[in-house]
Design a protein around this ligand. Structure first.
Ligand code: DX5
Ligand code: ZN
Length: 225
């Protein structure tokens, strides 16, 4: 049994009581906290930045999984590192020199990640996979929580799983958008390692139970290898 890594997205938390939401995550089976940074340029929404990340850093030991939906991420990598990020994921569509950006993130001692919008094929990353710690497949168009899961994301997960296994790499597959217990089960069966969930977790009558349910999905079941 290999349990699924759950990364609750604080985008869906109550910002007036953020410390309470972090305490919930801290007490839960989630291993990571998913932190969505939006610049109003790459995506049509603005969320929050460094001050919020630094403010919540002392409240939890969990891994800070920072998802940058911003243009020109290179300018801000150091600041995100200082604010407390453990992992930084940038968008394929927003990086002109992706290889350099990924090396810079690893150079700071952090894990890197590449996020793909729904329209971006996973095959584009084939040659780069050894330089990538995690691929984030967006299963909604980025910018907002609470959207419906795009079904063809499952095929992307299957294709990427096959390629990662073919190359024998430890690269993780994370999925973000419209994840609940039902889509989560399908995604894990298709080969996902990490599930991001915002509205499902924080809209649940028991966020702790919602997180536990997702974490208990067995990653080793249903895999070809
Ligand atoms: C969307 C963000 C997601 C968002 C997911 O652009 O990247 O992390 O919080 O929200 P749900 O889980 O509600 O689809
Ligand atoms: Zn996200």
């Amino acid at each position: 049994m290999s349990s699924t890594i759950v990364a609750p997205s604080i985008l869906a938390a109550d910002f007036a009581n953020l410390s309470q939401s972090i305490a919930t995550i801290e007490a839960s089976a989630a291993e990571w906290v998913h932190i969505d940074v939006m610049d109003g340029v790459f995506v049509p929404n603005i969320s929050f930045g460094f001050p919020i990340i630094s403010a919540i850093r002392p409240l939890t030991q969990k891994v800070f999984d920072v998802h940058l939906m911003i243009e020109d991420a290179d300018r801000y990598l150091e600041e995100f590192c200082k604010a407390g990020a453990d992992r930084i994921t940038v968008h394929y569509e927003a990086c002109r020199h992706l290889d350099r950006t990924l090396a810079a993130i690893r150079g700071m001692g952090l894990k890197n990640g590449v996020a793909l919008n729904p329209h971006t094929p996973v095959s584009l990353l084939r040659h780069m996979l050894p330089s990538i710690d995690m691929v984030l497949i967006m299963s909604v168009n980025p910018g907002y929580g609470g959207q419906s899961f795009i079904p063809y994301s499952l095929t992307k997960v299957e294709e990427l799983r096959a390629e990662i296994d073919r190359q024998g790499l430890p690269t993780l597959i994370e999925i973000d958008g419209g994840v609940n217990q039902s889509t989560g089960a399908q995604l894990v069966r298709a080969g996902a390692d990490v599930l991001v969930a915002g509205s499902y977790v924080f809209g649940h009558s028991s966020p702790l139970e919602a997180i536990r349910g997702l974490s208990e999905l067995d990653r080793s079941a249903g895999r070809l290898v």
